[in-house]
Write a protein that binds this ligand. Structure first.
Ligand SMILES: [Zn+2]
Length: 78
């Protein structure tokens, strides 16, 4: 006996929240920007990442108000 394959159930597409705008999108191969909803959100997130890295990586802080002196013991190792 051959079990007939169910034809009425389409493959479920997982839904994810876009990290940029929190919109629910389908995480499918149709979306080249996944897990983002669009190129705009993707580049916006990458831009934020880059500026954040740039800021953190910058060794020259012109002035500290004292706040930055605390909590600098975090290990950079991941
Ligand atoms: Zn988005």
């Amino acid at each position: 006996m051959v079990k007939p394959a169910p034809k009425s159930t389409p493959p479920a597409t997982p839904q994810v929240a876009c990290p940029g705008c929190r919109r629910r999108i389908a995480y499918s191969s149709d979306n080249p920007w996944r897990p983002f909803c669009s190129q705009r959100c993707r580049s916006a997130d990458l831009g934020a990442w880059a500026s954040e890295r740039y800021r953190v990586a910058s060794p020259l802080a012109p002035e500290d108000d004292g706040d930055a002196a605390q909590g600098q013991t975090d290990s950079p190792l991941h």
